[in-house]
Design a protein around this ligand. Structure first.
Ligand code: PEP
Ligand code: MN
Length: 337
């Protein structure tokens, strides 16, 4: 349930509402809008149904939410949230681009990619040090060595680091080197991992699961938010359908759906979304036009020898062409890098 306070509600009114919720053994999260406060009540459904908050002074109305997610919902917060990643903003007109290789392979590879993407105005270096591969015989990533390379190359080139976490035990180590934690498609419903990153205050990039519905995806974000970490950015990366020409089917309608249902930013990954480098350019353009708050694009200096996802990785020269076009569409959409 969401309790909408009146604009003229006093601090005492809010205090009484909070006390009532606590006394009933429930919990709350506050959303401070420009003119009013919204109280999101969380806990046992039956207890919430018994709460009679409309009679409280300062309460304008209560809204019961049919969906289970609350804190990430548009009903809870009307304004677009802006996620701040160590000074780089995402959402609410701030466009973010995360680019780099699928896997960190060597310092030379990473540096070449980082320099190329930085030149195009990109803010984030992406790269996997811990890779969730379909086959155990595929390259699994350089681990901590890869994280160290990411940090040093990002610092050298003036970029932020976004990298994937696959294991709860790595959380402290990754937080030490990364500015943003990526939860990959395969872990979108790893609830233990979601809870743990919810306890940190590190911004999280939450990719959509291979076959996750929008509602499941928003509930995954709710797991993170309910731990107190509201710094969440969604990433549409394609879903599994009957189509086999593309690696996944990039669901750009998810951008519009998430914008309607949630106040959190959403970016699009046309690399995993299509699996074909030739399709990254048109899909990146379409993502911006659909209202995405950013892009994640795989860029490799030599895709033909990439240890993972070479088929969908752009060469730096092609990435520059994509970015030039994206910047023009961004202007129309009222977004800035
Ligand atoms: C990745 O970003 O390299 C990755 C593994 O993505 P996803 O989880 O979307 O497959
Ligand atoms: Mn990849």
């Amino acid at each position: 349930m969401i309790i909408v306070m009146k604009p003229e509600a006093t601090a005492n009114d809010l205090e009484a509402v909070k006390n009532k919720i606590k006394n009933e053994g429930l919990d709350y999260h506050l959303s401070q809008g420009s003119s009013r406060t919204i109280v999101g009540v969380i806990g046992d459904k039956k207890k919430i149904a018994m709460l009679q908050m409309n009679s409280f002074s300062g309460v304008e109305k209560t809204v019961s939410i049919t969906e289970k997610y609350k804190l990430v919902s548009r009903e809870f917060k009307k304004e677009d949230s802006v996620v701040d990643v160590d000074g780089v903003k995402i959402g609410g007109g701030h466009f973010a681009v995360m680019a780099g290789p699928c896997s960190v392979e060597s310092r030379e590879q990473l540096l070449e990619a980082a320099r190329a993407v930085k030149e195009c105005g990109v803010q984030f270096l992406r790269g996997g040090a811990f890779k969730p591969r379909t086959s155990p015989y595929d390259f699994q990533g350089l681990g901590v060595e890869g994280l160290k390379m990411m940090r040093s190359v990002a610092d050298e080139t003036g970029l932020k680091v976004v990298t994937e976490i696959v294991n709860i035990n790595d959380i402290d180590t990754i937080c030490q080197y990364a500015d943003m934690l990526q939860i990959g498609a395969r872990n979108m419903q790893n609830f233990q991992l979601l809870k743990e990153v919810g306890l940190t205050r590190k911004p999280v990039l939450l990719k959509r699961g291979l076959s996750a519905t929008i509602s499941e995806w928003l509930n995954a974000a709710e797991y993170i938010a309910s731990g107190g970490n509201y710094n969440i950015v969604f990433c549409e990366r394609g879903i599994r359908t009957y189509e086999t020409f593309t690696r996944n089917t990039l669901d750009l309608s998810a951008v519009a759906a998430v914008k309607e249902l949630s106040h959190l930013p959403i970016i699009v990954d046309p690399s995993h979304g299509t699996g074909r480098w030739q399709m990254v350019q048109p899909m990146a353009r379409a993502a911006v036009a659909a209202g995405a708050d950013g892009l994640m694009i795989e860029v490799h200096p030599h895709p033909e020898v990439a240890l993972s996802d070479g088929d969908q990785s752009l060469k730096p020269a092609n990435f520059k062409i994509v970015m030039d076009e994206v910047k023009q569409i961004m202007k129309i959409m009222g977004k800035t890098l």
